[in-house]
Design a protein around this ligand. Structure first.
Ligand code: HPA
Ligand code: ZN
Length: 332
């Protein structure tokens, strides 16, 4: 079997995906027309052509503006349903999906609008595709701690529908320590904890996420390589890193996919996984991220299997469900 067929056919979990970053230019265009929102683009092609970023912030500006077309429950349903349909096509059998409540609450759109839309699509995907999914509520780190606390309070009616709490948006200048207290509260409420760290920010942000936020996983984390002791720690404790290759390329964290360190980290025994982050902005969904790695790096079938196994090991599934998928892949 070719490497591409293995990538396509192997069961996978995706653990780092921002639902607002899966908005296709076509859906953005359709919703802008539906709600008479004016976009700074003359066509779908122009939207696509605008996706050239210099760094994380230049992407975030366009990403938050794009989310402005999402207004009613049906829009959030359509967004989630399109992503889960793509998962079905790519053999993603489990996904843990981040959403940014503050991007919507700041525009006057509440949990009672986006949550029912998301949950309806997730339930439908479970029934029609057999895909399981969890939600990760992410706080925007460029906003103050008080806004994260308010968001945690607003989410209360939906605590049962949310698996984990995360931290995203502009990393530099907004270290994990800024959110130590709100994450302590989230942990006490029983949520799993994840945080973006070591994408653009230094290795010290990864230490902070571990020591101050008590994270279960690090999102990105590729800059751990700058700290030998940190790499040893991540390996020893098997703290997962949800790595996003095309994101790193598009946001100029690396200049060329050949420079990507994911295989170096894998060979060193770190629990690394492959993810798409914001697929419609970064030029590829999950399988395209695997393909991009396979085209640039020395990767064989064993590496693809190891990465797919890691995706389940690093997930928040029950130990029983994890073993089911891990055994299935091992027998392939
Ligand atoms: N980093 C930080 N914030 C984000 C990202 C990311 O890669 N994607 C969406 N919000
Ligand atoms: Zn991300």
């Amino acid at each position: 079997m070719s490497l591409s067929s293995i990538i396509n056919n192997i069961p996978k979990a995706e653990l780092h995906l921002h639902i607002e970053g899966s908005l296709t230019p076509e859906l953005m265009w359709r919703l802008a027309e539906k709600h008479s929102v004016s976009l700074p683009y003359a066509s779908v092609e122009e939207i696509e052509a605008a996706y050239n970023f210099e760094d994380l912030q230049s992407f975030l500006d366009i990403y938050y503006a794009g989310a402005g077309v999402l207004k009613d429950e049906d829009d959030f349903f359509a967004l989630m349903w399109e992503y889960l349909t793509r998962c079905h096509q790519e053999n993603i059998v489990h996904t843990e999906i981040m959403f940014d409540p503050q991007t919507h609450t700041e525009r006057g759109i509440g949990f009672d609008v986006f949550m029912p839309g998301f949950l309806k699509a997730m339930k439908k995907a479970e029934g029609e595709y057999g895909i399981s999914s969890f939600l990760i509520m992410s706080f925007l780190r460029h906003l103050p701690e008080s806004s994260a606390f308010e968001t945690l309070a607003l989410a209360e009616p939906y605590y049962g529908d949310i698996k984990a709490v995360g931290l995203d948006s502009s990393e530099l200048g907004h270290p994990p320590s800024k959110f130590e207290r709100v994450f302590k509260k989230a942990k006490a409420l029983g949520f799993k904890i994840v945080a973006h760290a070591g994408e653009e920010g230094p290795a010290s942000y990864i230490w902070e996420a571990i020591e101050l936020l008590d994270v279960d996983r690090i999102d990105h984390g590729v800059r751990c390589q700058e700290d030998e002791r940190l790499m040893d720690y991540l390996q020893e404790k098997q703290i997962p890193l949800t790595v996003c290759p095309l994101s790193n390329l598009k946001l100029c964290v690396i200049d060329d996919m050949k420079q990507h360190n994911i295989i170096t980290l894998l060979e060193r025994g770190l629990l690394v996984t492959v993810n798409s982050d914001d697929p419609t902005y970064f030029g590829g969904f999950l399988n395209e991220n695997f393909e991009a790695l396979a085209n640039a790096l020395d990767i064989n079938e064993g590496v693809i299997k190891a990465l797919a196994i890691n995706s389940f090991k690093a997930s928040f599934l029950s130990e029983e469900r994890k073993s089911l998928f891990v055994d299935k892949i091992a027998q392939m």
